[in-house]
Design a protein around this ligand. Sequence first.
Ligand code: SF4
Ligand code: SF4
Length: 309
Amino acid sequence: MSNSKGAEKTNITGCVFNIERFAIRDGPGIRTTVFLKGCPLRCLWCSNPESMQPHPQLFHFVHLCTRCYRCVKACPNGATRVGPEGAIEIDRSLCKNCGECVDACPNKAREMSGKIMTVEEVLEEVKKDSLFYQNSGGGITASGGEPTHQPEFLWHLFAKSHESAIHTCLDTCGYVKTETLQGILEHTDLVLYDIKHMDPARHKELTGVDNSLILENARVVAASRPMTIRVPLIPGYNDSEENLNALSKFMAELGLKRIDLLPYHALGKQKYERLGMEYKLGDLESYESEQVAAIKTVLESYGLEVGVG
Ligand code: SF4
Ligand code: SF4
């Protein structure tokens, strides 16, 4: 990350997999949410599996494929081939995500997720809605993946946003070197901070890492910036009363009141197939609205202000 205080370097590039305009759930007001690729966690329920790797990745939409085999001819790496039954197969270990097959496919059965963009290019998109930010108290939100996984790009994006008087909000899992996080906080107005589980061992089972760095960084953020805790609520995984109680105690220690719940949905499940990945939660059912309401009531009984996203 840059040690300079100015934001003069704007030719820095990042890998962006989505820019969502008119977002209303990623911080105050009307916002533009920029989704950056790359994440150090592997949450079992992740609804954006294309966000895990830091580079562009190939999506394959089987239902659009007419088996014309143009992609087989186009692939310079032998990664796309015809399987025994005539269906297209992709050997992901050979795929270099070059995108040649995307250009060759006449049916849009292939698509690259992730685009290399400069800070200026992203800002150009963000600034399109400046008027809405002013009128609603909105701004830019960096999400992912884990946006701090591209720290220099993020730092400059936020620094340049501040130069244009745009409010900045960081949506983070908190698994980042404390020093790196502190640098990014220089140009961060609000932090949405994900906590997946309070128990270190269970956290590791569910996400691939334990939560000690995350909880330590939460203390650092709470001491320096406005902060909202966000919890992806996963049925049977992190919604026990014991975990909710531990979470509320931790929030009391940090002097925080606001918590947003993000109830599980399986909308990202099909993306796993398109990326040739395994979805580990199988047919886990979403919550009924009464179940979420009951969890909200438990948290409110601890004195928390609870939002449901
Ligand atoms: S992205 Fe490139 S390497 Fe991967 S299957 Fe397509 S053409 Fe082959
Ligand atoms: S080019 Fe497109 S439609 Fe043709 S076989 Fe490949 S993925 Fe299927």
